[in-house]
Ligand binder design. Structure first.
Ligand SMILES: NC(=O)c1ccc[n+]([C@@H]2O[C@H](COP(=O)([O-])OP(=O)(O)OC[C@H]3O[C@@H](n4cnc5c(N)ncnc54)[C@H](OP(=O)(O)O)[C@@H]3O)[C@@H](O)[C@H]2O)c1
Length: 344
């Protein structure tokens, strides 16, 4: 362990699903080759974190566990094989971990153990604990460096998000639902990539807020909004008015799986035209590392409009984890962020 790191630190520990977190002093993780110890500055709380940890949403992960997902963090120490990362650097600590000798075995830290025995072994034995803690051990490749001067001092950013499809400039993409954390981020990324974006959702006010925000920063942005009525025919006709749709991004929560919005966007192609029209259907767990790197470059070059009135961050101390999880479940929408600050 690096000599200047304390032996213990505070973390939110979950002993069993439904038992709630306890703030505990736990040993500092060991600093091994291939890893970094980061000081967690701002740990993201997702709207569905509460459901995962209270058992309403059936995600499997080992217990006991330190909760979390991704975080903005500062590197405290790096393993002996680090050649580019160094102590003091601001990073995005990414929660999606791949086995180094089998990248297809992957899991999401502290919320989902993945789909096979290999990923289960890794989350159980090596990368178990998440970022609801003062320190966390992160694979080197999951520490994405952030240009602190540009992002924090010049552009004023604090937190971020992203996603992935093979989208080309000028293509038309439907994002639905567009009013959630991931959908809203998808809209912003697609606009920044030069796509024509159709943002669809139930909440017209939120769609208008998103559109106005994007146009205020990027007046030439191509963004349209469509209210999701839930009536398949009405929604299909509304989307057909935009002509050919090149891509559809769907971030539907499991409880909304009966919503017909995806069907209205892809019409009847799933039934018989997938092969004839050379259509790709892609399920995706999170994103790839290169997408995160690309996204950070987009952020650093100021491609995302940002305004203090649009970003609405609610920060909580670790002890207030319950309130943080409750707030995250309600504080939903683009620019609405809930974080746990382990040092406050
Ligand atoms: N593939 C992956 O790797 C991946 C990664 C992260 C998350 N996810 C999934 O994506 C989901 C969304 O995540 P998030 O963070 O964006 O959630 P979020 O911020 O809670 O947003 C939920 C979105 O779903 C919409 N919605 C809720 N019920 C609906 C319904 N019955 N019909 C249509 N739309 C409905 C909401 O629209 P309103 O504004 O109208 O309520 C809102 O836009 C999560 O639940 C998670 O399962 C997948």
């Amino acid at each position: 362990m690096a000599s200047d790191l304390p032996c213990h630190h505070r973390a939110l520990v979950l002993e069993a699903v439904g038992a709630g977190f306890e703030t505990k002093k736990i040993p500092m993780p060991s600093l091994d080759a291939g890893s970094a110890i980061v000081q967690v500055l701002s740990a993201g709380v997702r709207s569905y974190h509460r459901e995962i940890y209270n058992g309403q949403r059936h995600y499997n992960f080992p217990k006991l566990i330190v909760g979390g997902i991704s975080a903005i963090a500062r590197i405290a120490a790096v393993g002996p094989d680090a050649v580019a990362l160094h102590a003091g650097q601001l990073v995005f600590a990414d929660c999606k971990i791949h086995a180094r000798d089998d990248p297809d075995s992957l899991f999401v830290t502290a919320i989902h153990e993945g789909m096979n025995d290999r990923s289960k072994k890794l989350i159980t034995d090596v990368w178990r604990d998440g970022v609801f803690a003062q320190y966390a051990k992160i694979p080197l490749e999951n520490c994405i460096p952030l240009d602190e001067t540009k992002l924090c001092r010049q552009l004023g950013y604090t937190t971020n998000d992203l996603m992935d499809i093979k989208l080309e400039p000028g293509e038309t993409v439907v994002v639905c639902p567009a009013t959630g954390g991931f959908g809203g981020a998808g809209v912003q990324v697609a606009v920044a990539m030069g796509a024509r974006v159709i943002a669809m959702g139930r909440d017209e006010e939120e769609l208008a807020r998103l559109s106005a925000h994007i146009k205020s920063g990027t007046p030439r942005a191509s963004i349209e909004t469509v209210k999701l009525t839930g009536d398949l025919e009405t929604d299909t006709v509304a989307l057909q008015a935009f002509g050919t749709i090149d891509a559809v991004i769907d971030f539907t929560p499991p409880f909304a799986c009966k919503s017909t919005h995806l069907k209205s966007a892809v019409e009847d192609v799933i039934d018989y035209k997938v092969m004839a029209l050379n259509i790709t259907l892609k399920g995706k767990l999170m994103y790839e590392r290169e997408d995160v790197v690309l996204f950070v470059k987009m952020l650093e070059s100021g491609l995302f409009p940002r305004g203090k009135d649009f970003a609405d961050v609610k920060a909580f101390a670790m002890e207030d984890w319950n309130e943080a999880l409750d707030t995250a479940a309600e504080h939903i929408g683009i620019g609405k962020v809930v974080v746990i600050e382990p040092w406050s």
